[in-house]
Ligand binder design. Structure first.
Ligand code: SAH
Length: 376
């Protein structure tokens, strides 16, 4: 494949060290409001200052207190003393021939994560990370092979959205229309950050719940929690196999939450109404693409208001698996459709910049220190 990668290296940013100051970027809107109210009241400032700052954060997407130019200089300085304001600088931006753009973000402690902007004629989808690395160790996923490093904070997740959105605006893309938690990590293994982040995006940035998708490998307690929420966040389930035996070979978590239990939690989600489930199914040559598996898959998903997304396997280092051949892929999707299942093949985007599903490893090239691979 021809590779057109345009990498823009940016000098290592000045990062503020982690402090005990509360992070306004990672705060629920009502908490930010209360904290700012107390802050300005203690300084004898008028209450309308709260609204000014809130607008700078959620409506104007300011990156720093210094940008909040309708506040007196002294007030901007006082805010910076009382609060932190998580911002991420891109260590690298890669652009694919197909317009897909990947950001490699450096966190305050030097760790690296990625987000991906995926333009289509009608949408701009932002794919974000919920953890640095991933502990799920799915055999077909590069993030899984690289291991787990740490949880992200709400501020670090929200900052990917803020950073990518501003970059998109400055680089001729439209506004972000959809957010998917399909970057690095398993979002439902980081509930402490995920649920506040959803509330911040939805209530703070007014990002519609139905335009936010949480993709999970099948963390049952998290699915049940989502099912109970009034907001209609979308759920995508990385099913990848229609039976326990095959699934446990691909996904270690299948041992903890076996298929029957996973399906039971999805029934609860489905019963909550208005929340269509997407099933993701990776198409690996000779592993997941046999015709009889299509029949089995149809049997499993047909009770749900579901949509099956077939993802051609993106080759990753460490396995010699190959993507399914075109004819096999077409046969599989047609068979599902004949069996009454809504299904489509998801064409890979950004493969040339290793931005496609399962390829995110936050790899730094060009002479930088490689990420320390740890495991929990
Ligand atoms: N942990 C979450 C979200 C991350 S991955 C989850 O498992 O859903 C987003 C999607 O990419 C998942 O469906 C994942 O299974 C899939 N994926 C991982 N590696 C892949 C690969 N090499 N080729 C194609 N899809 C892959």
């Amino acid at each position: 494949m021809q590779v057109h990668e345009r990498a823009i290296m940016i000098a290592t940013p000045q990062q503020t060290q982690a402090t005990a100051r509360p992070d306004l970027v990672g705060m629920l809107p009502e908490d930010a409001d209360a904290a700012l109210r107390a802050h300005f009241a203690a300084r004898g400032q008028p209450a309308y200052r709260v609204g000014q700052v809130v607008r700078w954060i959620f409506e104007r997407g300011a990156f720093s207190f210094a940008e909040m130019t309708d506040l007196p200089q002294a007030e901007r300085a006082a805010l910076a003393e009382s609060f932190s304001f998580t911002g991420l600088e891109p260590a690298k931006v890669s652009r694919s021939v197909d317009g897909t753009a990947k950001h490699l973000w450096r966190l305050a402690d030097g760790d690296l994560i990625e987000s991906v902007l995926i333009p289509t004629p009608t949408r701009l989808t932002l794919c974000i990370s919920s953890q640095a690395g991933c502990a799920m160790a799915c055999t077909f996923c590069a993030t899984g092979w690289a291991g787990y490093r740490r949880q992200l904070t709400p501020g670090e997740i929200v900052a990917q959205f803020r950073g990518a959105r501003r970059w998109a605006q400055e680089n001729g893309y439209d506004d972000v229309t959809n957010i998917v938690f399909m970057g690095m990590g398993e979002p439902l293994m980081n509930p402490k950050a995920l649920f506040p982040t959803l509330a911040i995006l939805n209530r703070g940035y007014k990002f519609g719940a139905r335009r936010i998708t949480i993709s999970t490998v099948g963390v049952v307690p998290g699915i049940l929690r989502l099912a109970e929420m009034p907001e209609q966040y979308r759920l995508a389930v990385s099913l990848h196999a229609p039976n326990h035996d095959l699934r446990q070979k691909l996904i270690p978590l299948e041992k903890k939450y076996p298929l029957p239990e996973l399906l039971e939690s999805l029934r609860r989600f489905d019963a909550a109404g208005g929340k269509r489930i997407t099933f993701e199914y990776v198409m690996i040559d000779g592993v997941t693409d046999q015709p009889e598996l299509a029949d089995e898959l149809a049997e499993v998903v047909k009770e749900f208001t579901a949509f099956v997304n077939l993802i051609p396997f993106n080759p990753i280092p460490g396995t010699d698996w190959k993507p399914s051949k075109r004819a096999r892929l077409d046969f599989f999707v047609e068979r599902l459709k004949r069996l009454g299942v809504t299904a489509a093949v998801r064409e890979s985007r950004g493969r040339d910049i290793a931005a496609a599903c399962g390829q995110l490893r936050a790899e730094v090239t060009e002479g930088r220190t490689p990420v320390q691979m740890g495991s929990i």
